[in-house]
Design a protein around this ligand. Structure first.
Ligand SMILES: Cc1ncc(COP(=O)(O)O)c(C=O)c1O
Length: 396
């Protein structure tokens, strides 16, 4: 292999697209005006900002004035959830989320619980899916918000968001979706889905880190989370990160433009990896076999520890992850995996309470090559065999 490493951790973050970098550069050095300044340099930044907003809106079929820039997925999620509860027409202090949300949603909900709000954590089935029927059953008169992610970051499962939204609308409850892993990778059309709020983050689709957006449907009076100078129509204060916003828009435009080809290419590579890894003893695919993100191949290996698998792969220059970037240092199974009933079912079937599962997520994108895939397929079985032949770690 000629490359320094094979990068299979695109769900954690992606390389910045060359086109996005080119588009960003002028706004670091020459066009550095504050977008709120009323001189020519400020106007240049303002113009770039509004062009970027237009591109982002177009990419998800939103109106331009429905796109609000944030510092990324975490802020968008926090804003949508916290501020929904503060809307003048909020129906009460109850929210519903799925049990496999990213920490930006899950921990926000836990934090709200500590402040006296009530949270229902919707279980998922063994493929990681929320049941629309179950959602219907847990909505209450005082439910102020439902937040269910579009695609899971650990197992790649895609939720039936359109169907879930329909239920929320019938029951007159605002619906937010964390689409951070979906936008730029699968088609996302906010009008077709009929969502009220949607979070996205640039660094997951070839844009820079530290910038994202929240889509807020026209008519939803979401109060601001960050208050100050009144930028973003008084909804999100703070001097705009113009280079970052330009980079996000250009990367998204590029990702959406190439989406059909990228889906085809990435799905083929993912399926080749899945077929090969499932030949390894004690390997199981996690997530939905069909409704899953093109780039995510996620597995469990019995008797092994996630972090050890990832570390061993790193030694052979494969960058992978155990699941969520925030939890990859943990020896515990991540929330999505322990949330899926698959783990429980398997443990019961094996009748082996002590069976441990090591999780591995290989996340690909269009920059991966067939050579990368062949290298992964060649090295992973060796790594698993080597680890299994070692003395058990004191943890087990
Ligand atoms: C599903 C999901 N939501 C939210 C986030 C947080 O986004 P950001 O890193 O832009 O704050 C991530 C990042 O890993 C994610 O995968």
């Amino acid at each position: 292999m000629d490359k320094k490493f094979v990068y299979a951790d695109n769900a954690a973050t992606t390389a910045l697209s060359d086109t996005a970098l080119e588009a960003m550069l002028p706004y670091f050095k020459n066009s550095y005006g504050n977008a709120s300044s009323i001189h020519s340099l400020g106007y240049e930044s303002k113009k770039a900002l509004e062009q970027a907003r237009k591109k982002i809106a177009l990419a998800i079929n939103a109106r331009i004035n429905e796109i609000f820039i944030t510092s990324g997925g975490s802020e968008s999620d926090n804003w949508a959830i916290r501020s929904s509860l503060l809307m003048s027409n909020a129906k009460g202090k109850h929210i519903i989320i799925s049990s496999i949300e990213h920490s930006a949603v899950f921990r926000t909900a836990e934090n709200l619980e500590q402040q006296g709000y009530e949270v229902t954590y919707l279980p998922v089935d063994e493929s990681g899916k929320v049941s629309p029927e179950q959602l219907k059953n847990v909505i209450r008169d005082d439910t102020a918000l439902i937040s269910i992610m579009m695609a899971n970051n650990e197992i790649g499962t895609i939720q039936p968001i359109k169907e879930l939204c329909k239920i929320a609308r019938e029951m007159r409850v605002p619906f937010h979706t964390d689409a951070v892993q979906a936008v730029g990778h699968i088609p996302v059309d906010v009008r077709d889905l009929n969502v009220d709020m949607l979070s996205l983050s640039a660094h997951k689709f070839g844009g820079p880190k530290g910038v994202g957006a929240l889509y807020i449907k026209t008519g939803l009076a979401l109060p601001p989370l960050i208050i100050g100078g009144g930028q973003e129509k008084n909804k999100r204060s703070g001097t705009e990160n113009v280079p970052g916003i330009v980079g996000m828009a250009v990367a998204l435009e590029e990702a959406v433009g190439k989406m059909t080809d990228n889906i085809k290419k990435v799905t083929t590579m993912r399926d080749k990896i899945v077929a090969s890894v499932l030949q390894i003893d004690g390997a199981t695919l996690t997530g939905d076999p069909v409704d899953r993100l093109p780039g995510i191949a996620s597995f469990l290996f019995s008797g092994l520890e996630s972090k050890v698998i990832v570390a061993e792969l790193s030694k052979v220059r494969i960058c992978a992850s155990s699941g969520s970037a925030c939890s990859s240092g943990s020896t515990e199974l991540t929330r999505a995996l322990s949330g899926t009933s698959m783990i429980i079912a398997e443990t019961e079937n094996d009748n082996a309470e002590s069976t441990k599962y090591g999780a591995l997520r290989l996340s690909l994108n269009e920059h991966n090559t067939d050579e990368d895939v062949d290298y992964i397929i060649q090295e992973l079985p060796i790594v698993i065999r080597t680890l299994r032949s070692r003395k058990p770690s004191p943890l087990f």
